[in-house]
Ligand binder design. Structure first.
Ligand SMILES: Nc1ncnc2c1ncn2[C@@H]1O[C@H](COP(=O)(O)OP(=O)(O)O)[C@@H](O)[C@H]1O
Ligand SMILES: [Mg+2]
Length: 226
């Protein structure tokens, strides 16, 4: 399974946000770091077709996001910074079930899969609670649960811990670390970045470093100091 980003340039209006980004992702854990506005979120959104590039191409498993966005989205799950942006149904269990609607499992099988997923994420006691009443950390666990229940091959997380306290941050990061799925983690948490297999550093829309985490973090610190 490969995620291939080839010669991608992208603008919003007349603002050039990504410049000739060229990268192939094959590692289990890829981190993405860089200053605010450097293009990290736009890059993350490319990977599941939420953003289609002005020029260049993005392919997941050989499928171009321009040709088959639905096919790409089945393979690439996305977790946003703000879980409220992702929670769509009134109760916790309904929200997880919603993600499964395209799997046509039938009510009994859906209930079984949802129950199992809620158990994995420690949300069983909240199954019938209003999702909006969960704590921030629990909401992010719910968002993760609702995405992972659809069994994507790759999970792209755009600053999933930015709104969480230290304890919930650890919980979410530990969960991500334990996944069998591939993970692309955009983060300002440099400790989390150091746990990745490979880290991309963005600056002004370009990848300015791509390699081992410790060197990537050092490069990012250099950019900030300059
Ligand atoms: N939908 C959009 N419309 C217009 N400008 C955008 C949009 N999304 C991002 N931008 C701009 O693109 C630049 C890069 O943004 P982004 O990819 O979100 O960077 P980062 O995630 O690294 O902070 C920023 O200047 C931002 O204001
Ligand atoms: Mg961002």
């Amino acid at each position: 399974m490969t995620v291939e980003v080839r010669g991608v340039t992208h603008s919003f209006g007349n603002r050039l946000v990504l410049r000739e980004v060229d990268v192939e992702l094959t590692e289990q854990r890829v981190g993405v770091i860089g200053a605010n506005g450097s293009g990290k979120s736009t890059f993350a959104r490319l990977l599941n077709g939420l953003v289609v590039p002005d020029s260049g191409s993005v392919r997941v498993d050989g499928i171009d996001t321009r040709d088959d966005p639905a096919g790409v989205r089945r393979r690439v799950g996305f977790v946003f910074t703000d879980p409220d942006a992702q929670i769509v149904m009134p109760t916790v269990a309904e929200d997880v079930a919603f993600g499964l609607r395209k799997h046509h499992l039938g009510p009994a099988e859906t209930a079984r899969v949802v129950a199992e997923a809620l158990d994995t994420f420690g949300l069983t006691a909240h199954a019938d609670h209003p999702a909006h009443l969960l704590s921030g950390g629990q909401k992010q666990l719910l968002a993760l649960c609702a995405v992972l229940v659809t069994e994507p091959k790759v999970l792209v997380c755009d600053e999933p811990t930015t709104l969480l306290d230290l304890r919930n941050t650890r919980h979410v990061l530990d969960l991500l670390a334990g996944l069998s799925q591939r993970v692309v983690l955009v983060t300002h948490d440099l400790d989390a970045a150091l746990r990745m297999d490979r880290v991309l550093v963005f600056d002004a829309g370009s990848i300015v470093f791509d390699g081992p985490p410790a060197e990537a973090v050092a490069r990012y610190r250099q950019i900030v100091a300059a």
